[in-house]
Write a protein that binds this ligand. Sequence first.
Ligand code: GLY
Ligand code: MN
Ligand code: MN
Length: 461
Amino acid sequence: MSTAPYAQRRAKLASLLGPKGLAIVPSAPEQQRNRDSDFLYRHDSYFYYLSGFTEPRSWLLIGGDGTTTLFCQPKDLEREIWDGYRLGPTAAVAHLGVDAAYPVTELDARLPELLDGRDAVWYPFATHKALETRIDGWLGSLRARVRYGALCPGQQRDLCGLLDEMRLVKDSHEQAIMRRAAEISAGAHVRAMRLSARMLRDGQEVREYHLDAELLHEFRRHGSQYPAYGSIVAAGANACVLHYRADAGLVRDGELVLIDAACELDGYASDITRTFPANGKFSGPQRALYELVLASQQAAIVATRAGARFTDPHEATVKVLAQGLLDLGLLDRNKVGGLEDVIEKRAYFQFYMHRTGHWLGMDVHDCGGYIEPSEVGTVSERKDPLSGEIIKDRPSRILQPGVVLTIEPGLYVRAAEGVPTQFHDIGIRIEDDAIVTQTGCELISRGVPVTVAEIEALMRE
Ligand code: GLY
Ligand code: MN
Ligand code: MN
């Protein structure tokens, strides 16, 4: 493992802490599933970002002078026989490029001393249960020694703000992993599409879990550690349930399947959705809605470039979708008015109720503020036309090269009065992952077809 990207990030963070600051970054706790079975362990993203280390029960301390101290599980042959290899503090120094490493059993004894003489202690606020209590304990121990010359930090500060800003822009090391994660995920979607058409052609019963298994197989075959989030494999009307999970639903000839699934690779998520006809051929109404969502996605892609605002792709999407809903008769002009009225009154919300994207990175809904930091003081208020709530608006983040986001418009048509029956129970989302560049964006998830012609051709093979 190259330690360079992690060392660079620690050095950058150190330069932001102030010379006498100390950052404390715990890894994630293990989570019990039931009795003596745990959920599969997933490291903490901040901790991994700064260390490249995935063992539980580890802590990273970074001083404003750049000195890094690791606390990790001590070597223990008996535990390693049951739970697996541990790096241990002695090997950790060279392997991770830290300055010092100690067994985590010494954390409570050493922390007060490491806090002595600091002016600020930084840690991620409201992310780790009982972390504040733990830090209070160390500060309390230090304060008990003030008569003997100990100097307590006067400030506690939230580390999330600094790390979120750093993580928002992906360096070349991160971009390379994300391209590969998206490539693997795209291949998995291709396999699921092909399997669906083939099984139906062969007269076999297809269930959502058959397609889910295909996705998982492809993720793991290429070394992905796990899905980046709970896979959605939604056949027919299930696609109108936004957070539906892959279940046992029957995949019927003539219906659409919506798959929102992607892998995590070496700590980085991908996030892809495709919607395709189970049998490989779109019907007229399915095609009309699909082409509309695709056109709205294309408008969002064009709006995604350095210098644009985060909300620009969403606004571009909404314009296309709103016009299409009027043209297809899903919205009645006599009731909702023209394009501007539909947008202003959010009349499209019945069919499109989520945003067009989010930051993507180590976490599928990655960290990073959506407000432009240089304009936080600019606040305007408006009344939401649907809820009547007063909403505070601040200028949306200006995109810059290296930021990664999803572009994921959709339409979800539930049966309702006034909605043309040929569109009932159709749910469509198309989601791609984009790295923002100076002049536009690089779509890293297009290893799976997206146009009607390409999908139909693939599924005929
Ligand atoms: N798969 C989660 C999302 O699309 O936001
Ligand atoms: Mn997404
Ligand atoms: Mn998704």
